[in-house]
Design a protein around this ligand. Structure first.
Ligand SMILES: Nc1nc2c(ncn2[C@@H]2O[C@H](COP(=O)(O)OP(=O)(O)OP(=O)(O)O)[C@@H](O)[C@H]2O)c(=O)[nH]1
Ligand SMILES: [Mg+2]
Length: 373
């Protein structure tokens, strides 16, 4: 690699990792020097009582590229990493644990995925082909798998809980990363700006030295974090779209009922010509209202597309809604009149299938056309 190779900032959050400092720092330096990767190593320590900072200090003569930042406020793993990003001066940042659970040998590959192969984020992944976990009992694997599945709609990365990942600074430049966000990679994947994520298989090893900081509240923090991320504008759009569509249906039917109660006279008679005209008018009004309701929520929340031209988006969204409505009526007519889906269970089955189909069309039209960025 030439002199102009991008510089790597290695960020290592620590709490009571004194014993691991003389292991991980020399190993990192040796691997990175061998590969000719310019680098700095930043240990982000939460004022560990065991003297982690001192351990780094005594290594600095041999490894001047390593330094320790002692944090006395706002303690915690995620805030330490976010502060580490502010300290970093490199062109690519990588975060890894101090306890050698993350193989140092994988660092150059993760660096190259960004420096050479054009990825914006590279993840040291336990769940991609070739990756794995050493010596975890079934229960811990099972919980870890379940936790990863719950995050699945938020990202296509197979190991979003990994604490071992690299990125370009631009990915997180304007991202509103919450330091309380429990799993920092998941936070970055939901809120960051990026195109390409590359997963590098790693085998995760349990720590040999020092103590685990995994507390019993971890699961609750994780669930809280997941909830925040699902609420975040633009994340898991299909789930949000379904939810908004459901509320739209309530708005539609609710308004129609209200109009009928308020404006229809008591002798409301669907069979009379005058009343059926009014009925259609009320139907139209509540449809319009519901489409507008859906539009606003989908624009700002489901697709986070508030920056695009609102009127153009509305026109397109409305067109999609009308087309979907026509398809729905056409298919239902076909099912009932031509295919004989009449009577109690059959008609309902037809309605469910047709609505599911039309929802997908609505979603694709919204995502790929109306709110396309
Ligand atoms: N700065 C800072 N670092 C932390 C904090 N908690 C954990 N760390 C570091 O974050 C990394 C991961 O923490 P670990 O305790 O290894 O968590 P784990 O890998 O899930 O669990 P074990 O390996 O079983 O202990 C390690 O380098 C820790 O020293 C914290 O509150 N502040
Ligand atoms: Mg660990």
């Amino acid at each position: 690699m030439g002199r102009l190779a991008p510089m790597l900032s290695v960020i290592i959050p620590t709490f009571n990792e004194k014993e691991n400092m003389p292991l991980i720092i020399p190993r990192l330096v040796s691997v990175l020097e061998e590969e000719g990767i310019p680098h700095e190593i930043i240990v982000m320590d939460d004022d560990s009582p065991d003297g982690t900072a001192k351990a780094v200090g005594s290594l600095q003569k041999r490894f001047p590229q390593a330094r320790c930042v002692v944090r006395k406020e706002n303690k915690g793993l995620s805030p330490a990493v976010i502060d580490g990003y502010r300290e970093a001066r490199g062109d690519i940042y990588i975060v890894m644990d101090a306890d050698l659970s993350h193989p140092v040998e994988a660092v150059p590959g993760m660096y190259r995925a960004i420096a050479k192969d054009g990825a914006d984020i590279s993840v040291g992944s336990r769940h991609t082909k070739g990756g794995g976990i050493e010596n975890w009992p079934f229960m811990r694997r099972f919980i870890s798998f379940g936790a990863a599945m719950m995050a699945r709609p938020l990202t296509s990365c197979s190991d979003p809980m990994s604490g071992f990942f690299a990125l370009r600074p631009e990915v997180i430049k304007d991202a509103p990363l919450k330091p309380r966000g429990y799993k920092i990679l998941l936070e970055v994947l939901v809120k960051g700006r990026y195109n390409k994520v590359k997963e590098i298989p790693i085998t995760f090893k349990d720590r040999e030295l020092g103590e685990s900081k995994l507390g019993s509240k971890v699961m609750i923090y994780y669930l809280q974090h997941l909830f925040q991320l699902y609420m975040f504008p633009g994340s898991a759009p299909f789930i949000k779209f379904l939810f908004v569509g459901g509320t739209g249906m309530v708005v539609d039917l609710g308004l129609l009922t209200l109009l009928l109660i308020l404006l229809g006279d008591n002798k409301f008679d669907l069979l009379s010509f005058r009343d059926i005209r009014f009925f259609h008018l009320y139907q139209g009004v509540s449809f319009l209202y519901a489409v507008t309701w859906n539009f606003v929520w989908n624009r700002y929340w489901t697709f986070d597309a508030g920056k695009g031209s609102g009127s153009r988006q509305y026109l397109k969204f409305f067109t999609v809604a009308i087309i979907a409505l026509c398809i729905r009526s056409g298919l239902l007519y076909l099912a009932v009149e031509e295919l004989g889906f009449k009577g109690m269970p059959l008609y309902h089955i037809a309605v469910v299938i047709v609505i599911a189909f039309v929802t997908v069309i609505n979603y694709l039209g919204s995502k790929l056309w109306a709110f396309k960025k």
